[in-house]
Structure formats: structure tokens, C-alpha cells
Design a protein around this ligand. Sequence first.
Ligand SMILES: C[S@@+](CC[C@H](N)C(=O)[O-])C[C@H]1O[C@@H](n2cnc3c(N)ncnc32)[C@H](O)[C@@H]1O
Length: 310
Amino acid sequence: MRLCEHRGAAPGEPVARIRVTPVTATDSPRTPTANSARALRDAMMDQLLTDGKITSPRVEHAFRTVPRHEFVPAGTALEAAYDAYQAVVTKTGEQGAAISSVSAPFIQARMIEQAELRPGMSVLEVGSGGCNAALLAEMVGPKGRVVTIDIDPEVTDRASILLDATGYGGRVTVTLADAEQGAPEFAPFDAVIVTAGAWDIPPAWREQLADDGRLVVPLRMNGITRVIAFRREADHLVSTSAEVAGFVAMQGAGARHEPAVSLTDVQGRRVELCFDEGGTGEPAPAGRRPGDRARCGVVRRHDRPRRLVR
Ligand SMILES: C[S@@+](CC[C@H](N)C(=O)[O-])C[C@H]1O[C@@H](n2cnc3c(N)ncnc32)[C@H](O)[C@@H]1O
């Protein structure tokens, strides 16, 4: 059991709560003061380097090159676009939960470091937005290949428009499909980088990896998402590193339902009581007010570490 402050805004990945604007050609790059964007990008880079999120010169070069602010929705403050620890939501679902975003720079950087990309490699990105695919294109260079796949046609349309407008269109192939089956027509890949929270690893992701290839995937386990890097060794995967972060949930065949109960805390803020898979989340009666108490059916043992309430 854990408490989290907003559903869909994954724990550990703070988000800018910006409603998506319809995806149209008007969402293409604007021309904010180039100097402001550059100054903010430099400040973000200082932070990512100081915090050890970027450790290799080629990743640093990619982040200094890609104009991140061109991939966020119109109206997003430059400061939000270049916040090292903030994702920018690009689309919300019916309940208001984030279902697509430009991931936070720190976790984009960690995942690219984890993937150990080199020039000439072929990479599959699961979950499109444009920005991360542009970073991947910088990493693999003109002789490499980047395929990005998304289940949502609005997302793939938007990514295609923005990649074209920023000059990466010819270097990234944007594909519309449920990534559960991978992208067999472009396999094998030297790396598969998954940018939505998964509960499991579909066989296709391993099968479409070249031997010694890297799979980097956010996996939800016991209520926490860890981005785990695996190296393929013949018919199995060997983990090589892990980072804690949060992501929007996987949709399609790999989606899972996590029981959650909406509550209001004593200060009137909405909190969600989330149950790990297999938990006993019985719905709370409607209309609960601050100060009300309800049994949640969960008994916490006092000899366990207190890591559940964030
Ligand atoms: C965090 S966003 C991607 C961010 C992007 N990589 C970037 O540039 O920062 C996650 C994306 O995963 C997509 N997604 C979720 N489930 C998927 C699935 N089964 N197959 C393909 N894409 C999926 C969502 O539509 C969403 O656009």
C-alpha cells in the first residue's frame, strides 16, 4: 500500500500540469528568444552534470544540441521546459491523468547512459514525444537508425510534425502501433528504450534485441518503478543497472489495472490510496470529508521499513 498525490503523475517524476492543446501544425516549433533557451539549457546541463545524471561527453553533446523547448506544448514556460527534474505533460486522459509527456531531462539522460549507445547503432524507442527520439538520433549519428513507436495516433502525429520541424524527421522513423509486439519490420535493434511504465517484459522486446543489445525499461514492482537496463545474452537478459523514476502507465496489451481509492486529506487535498497488484482495494464510500476515517483493509507490520508514504 502506498499514498501518492496524483494518479498518473508517476511517483518520482514531477510533472508540469499543463493540459494538452489539440495536436495541429500550429504546435510546431516557436521562436522564443534563442538566448533565453540557450541560457536555460546551459543551466540545466550544469545541474545534470553536477548531479551525476550525465556522465559521458557524447550524452552531454546530445543534450546541448537538441532544442527541448521546441517539443513542449505551446505556452509552456521555458523554465518548465528546461527544468532538469520536471516532465511536461502533453496529453491527459479522461480522468485528468497524464498519458503522454516529454519525460524529465534527468531520466532521459540516465536511460540514454544506461543504454550505452554508440554511433551507427539501431534503436527502438517505445513511447514517442519527439524530444527523446531527437536525443537518440544525436547519439547514434547519421549512420545509425532510430525507430519510435507509440500506441496513440495523436502522439505519433505530433512527434512527426515536431521532428520534421526541428530537422530530425529524416533521422527518426515514427510508427503507430501497440509496442507489445515491438517493431519486427525494423529489428534487430542494438537497444530498446521503453519510456512508459511497464509491468512485464513482452518476449518481442528481448527477441528483437541483437545479442549483447540493451533493453532499458521502467518496471513497476511493489509500487515503485525502477528503470532497469538489461543486456541480452543469447536467450536471456542480464540486468546491468537500475534507477528509480516514474512514468506514465503502459497502455494496450501490456496495461494493468492498479486498484486505487480517492481520499481527501485533513487540509482538503486529494490523495489516492494505491494498492499494489493483488492488493485488496475496496472502494471507499463516496462523499468522504476531511477528517473522516475509513478502514482500508490493509494491516501494516511494524517491523517493515517506512517507505510507503511519500
Ligand atoms: C512518457 S511518454 C513518451 C515520452 C517520449 N519518449 C519523450 O520524448 O520524452 C509515454 C508514451 O508511451 C505511449 N505508450 C503507452 N503505452 C504504449 C504501448 N503499449 N505501445 C506504444 N506506446 C505506448 C504513450 O502513448 C505515451 O505517448
